[in-house]
Design a protein around this ligand. Sequence first.
Ligand code: GTP
Ligand code: MG
Length: 463
Amino acid sequence: MNNYIGSTIAAISTPRGKGGIAVIRVSGEDAIAVCEKVFVALSKPLSEVEANKAVYGNIYYRGEKIDDGIATVFRAPRSFTGEDTVEISCHGSEIGAFLVLSALLENGAVSAAPGEFTKRAFLSGKLTLSQAEAVGELIDAETVAGARLSASQLSGVLGEKISSFADRITHILTSVYAYIDYPDEDIADMSDEEMRKSCGEILADIKRLSSTYDTGRAISKGIPCAIVGAPNVGKSSFLNLLSGTDRAIVTDIAGTTRDVITEAVTVGNIRLLLSDTAGIRETEDAVEKIGVQRSKKELSDSELAFVLFDTSREISQEDREIISAVFEYKGTKHIVAVLNKTDDGKYLEECRAEISDLTPYIVEFSAKADIGRDSLESTLSEIFPGGDEEIRSGLIVVGARQYTALKNAEGCLNAALEALTMLTPDMCCSELENAVKFLLETDGRNVNERIVDGIFAHFCVGK
Ligand SMILES: Nc1nc2c(ncn2[C@@H]2O[C@H](COP(=O)(O)OP(=O)(O)OP(=O)(O)O)[C@@H](O)[C@H]2O)c(=O)[nH]1
Ligand SMILES: [Mg+2]
């Protein structure tokens, strides 16, 4: 991203391909002058059009009329980027939009880098970094809940919350400074005891927020889930039912699935990236053997394992081996036992007893009779707490950057608490300062340019 901030940038902001209209966005000091050379409004020149007004006109490329359309004029600082901006809407042919862009580039604009409009909005103080990221999340959202969450974060609530933690720590810091600089005078706002208490409270609040990260990812990006179990327990039927497709072949022959089949599904607010795998068992079949190896790899790569059992038959040696294989991941992965075939569940209780140590999350299910989806949904919302209210409030961490900053701040606060207990105020001071630094960085204050570039490079051109 080498365009300097004073340059005027242009890009097609609508997706590639044919559409009703295409929008070309131009932003920068000369946005209106550049557009005036390309877009001739019928009523008056663009430079005389008031802010936030749209005008109809003709569009020219190398002196030849190529289209007609609408130009909307925004004037600094009241635009998305904070700069003068013109948005030209033309007919939505790909080549037409490309010609409009070429005309603009020939008349003084430069091509915008991915995310550059949003980057400028951030640099001119129109958006905080968290809000800018929410714009990116909103564009990328794959679920309704994800879109709703990023829409509520556009208002900046998450950033405000994080910055309120920084303010509270700064308040403690002022007392620590007073204590260090004037040890003999009683001018600190807070006593030792009060500092410790306040530090502990902030730490608890930060932890509460950082613990929403799993849910944030589950809502916006999805959680990689492996469906594992012995052959024929109904793994493929489970995937098909949840995805509402016939993606995976289902037969009563054990060892039907060989390759890994993936489907993204949404259960409640949670997005699951499901992988159906081969039944895990000892086999002499060369192809099935590879399938079994892939199942194990899928299990190890997943964050959540759905372990399926067939409750219409006795628990087998194969089931027990799978239980012990999944047991290894207890504490590092979410584990949900799905007791399938409850429409014929003669061995349901036996099955329950067998898995009681494996996981508290047990769902009675029938992929054939479509029983158990509600129970699955409520189990998932126990694992990923945070319902509609949190989504509406926007107080769910989605970005890895915010999460890391909160975790770092937690580390500093823990160390600061220790220093307060040992009565080493210097130590406490630097830990609290670091905590503030980590927290403020989430909103782009003190963030070095490299991080900023990295964030905006993930955007699409025209955003
Ligand atoms: N009664 C009953 N049968 C089921 C249920 N779910 C699946 N089945 C049947 O069980 C058999 C195996 O189902 P699949 O979904 O292919 O099982 P799988 O675990 O994917 O099997 P492999 O790929 O061979 O490991 C099929 O005949 C299904 O129709 C259920 O809930 N109840
Ligand atoms: Mg299968």
